[in-house]
Design a protein around this ligand. Sequence first.
Ligand code: SF4
Ligand code: SF4
Length: 157
Amino acid sequence: MGRLWQQTAALVRGLLVVGRYALRRPVTTQYPDEKTRVEARFKGRHWLTRYADGLERCVGCELCVIVCPSQAIYVKAAENTPEHQVSKGERYAEEFQINMLRCIFCGFCEEACPTGAIVLGHEYELAAYSREAMIYTKPMLTEPYPGASGRDPRREV
Ligand code: SF4
Ligand code: SF4
């Protein structure tokens, strides 16, 4: 008899829980139709940003390469010339690659960058079908126009 009471009480408790949540809005996100909302501090895909005048912020210093704990970044620097001024420093990044398969999205590169060139945005849909597609090159990383990544191009570091 005691066992029957226990089971009945458990059933009633269960029904109460069902009743409590039945009329609430569902918490499940209907991904991919509905995108997941991320917090402001979320670290997703990287961007190489530009100043408002279009010059690249990256000066090819390789500090991001040095701090990256998973050695995911490759930078090949080149000299700016009056005829070919790419950044505001003496050098610029002729090549810049990030291996997204190695990146752990720690944000150390963003913190170390002296010019605020590299930023981690909010994009999280980074899946690809090949290893090559996961190695982001400079054309893929550089924002197409100042502010395209969502970061204010006039901001100071
Ligand atoms: S977020 Fe971290 S792991 Fe990814 S590239 Fe930057 S420093 Fe490296
Ligand atoms: S992204 Fe920043 S830290 Fe990395 S090479 Fe360019 S200027 Fe230096």
